[in-house]
Design a protein around this ligand. Sequence first.
Ligand SMILES: *[C@@H]1O[C@H](CO)[C@@H](O)[C@H](O)[C@H]1NC(C)=O
Ligand SMILES: *[C@@H]1O[C@H](CO)[C@@H](O)[C@H](O)[C@H]1NC(C)=O
Ligand SMILES: *[C@@H]1O[C@H](CO)[C@@H](O)[C@H](O)[C@H]1NC(C)=O
Ligand SMILES: [Zn+2]
Ligand SMILES: [Zn+2]
Length: 303
Amino acid sequence: MPSKAILPFFSFTLFLLLPLLFQAVLADPKDQHPSPFGFLQHLQGCQKGNKVKDINKLKKYLEHFGYLSYDNKTHSDHDDFDELLEHAIKTYQLNYNLNVTGTLDPETVTKMMSPRCAVPDIMNGTSRMNSGKHKHWHTVAHYAFFPGRPKWPASKFRLTYAFRPGTPASAIAPVNRAFQTWAANSHFRFRRISNFRRADLKISFERGNHGDNNPFEGPGGFLAHAFPPTDGRFHYDADERWSVSVTPGFYHLETVALHEIGHLLGLQHSSVSGAIMYPTLSTGQRKGLHSDDLRGIKALYGL
Ligand SMILES: *[C@@H]1O[C@H](CO)[C@@H](O)[C@H](O)[C@H]1NC(C)=O
Ligand SMILES: *[C@@H]1O[C@H](CO)[C@@H](O)[C@H](O)[C@H]1NC(C)=O
Ligand SMILES: *[C@@H]1O[C@H](CO)[C@@H](O)[C@H](O)[C@H]1NC(C)=O
Ligand SMILES: [Zn+2]
Ligand SMILES: [Zn+2]
């Protein structure tokens, strides 16, 4: 009677697959798409003086995240590994607690290829994400703010949030939980309303070029981004594989919401790898708020 053996097998397989199928519907992922950061793989081992195809893509990557800025734009289109590029890589390595070699060693390539928040680590020439004001940067690696320290005015600690109509229903509870976590750890209070246009904080799933000059690039690479106070926009990349529970191969919605809400409140990226404001995240990884994040929000709002 083979059917007796096959039926439990099928039920079991279906049981395993169901959550995955459900989650796949959420984001409509393009499975076989190569990561936008995949070009870095074959640049491993490159150093100053080299000329290798796709170095220009590395320059654009580092320009995007704020590490590099050429006065002569034609230099960023060339594949020459020059002095400025070496300096940019060293700054990146400082920020990510890597050995400061100025070369594309394997650890640096692996870190650069990690999926991450699309918000730049460095803005308007601030030298590092871990407080350029301190001389001994390595002893004070911590939270950071946006240039000019934009924040919500003291009178505005009760903030409303809304999801763009059409947001997958399963994404709502994880984002609600992330707001509750921030409320429990700050002076902010959050209330969900249905009017998207009137909300202080606006959450939506976007894909590709979506009208804010910060395009997503398909699966992998950029996972999400959010804008500093008092802009309020928080965009998930709709092309990623998102999950409500911690699931191998999927990005955890609530963890990414905790990070992006940090930006909405005025926190920038932190060099502390355990901090929610650390820029990279793996699939199947869950994080919560870290003492570094709590010190950051307290310092910004003077509490
Ligand atoms: C920019 O760099 C290119 C290549 O080195 C050079 O030919 C060009 O003259 C430079 N342009 C300016 C404005 O310096
Ligand atoms: C830094 O270099 C040392 C010595 O070569 C090595 O043992 C260590 O693993 C490196 N650390 C990182 C983060 O690359
Ligand atoms: C940072 O630079 C951007 C673009 O140059 C500019 O729009 C923005 O106002 C600057 N912000 C601060 C705080 O200087
Ligand atoms: Zn971020
Ligand atoms: Zn966006």
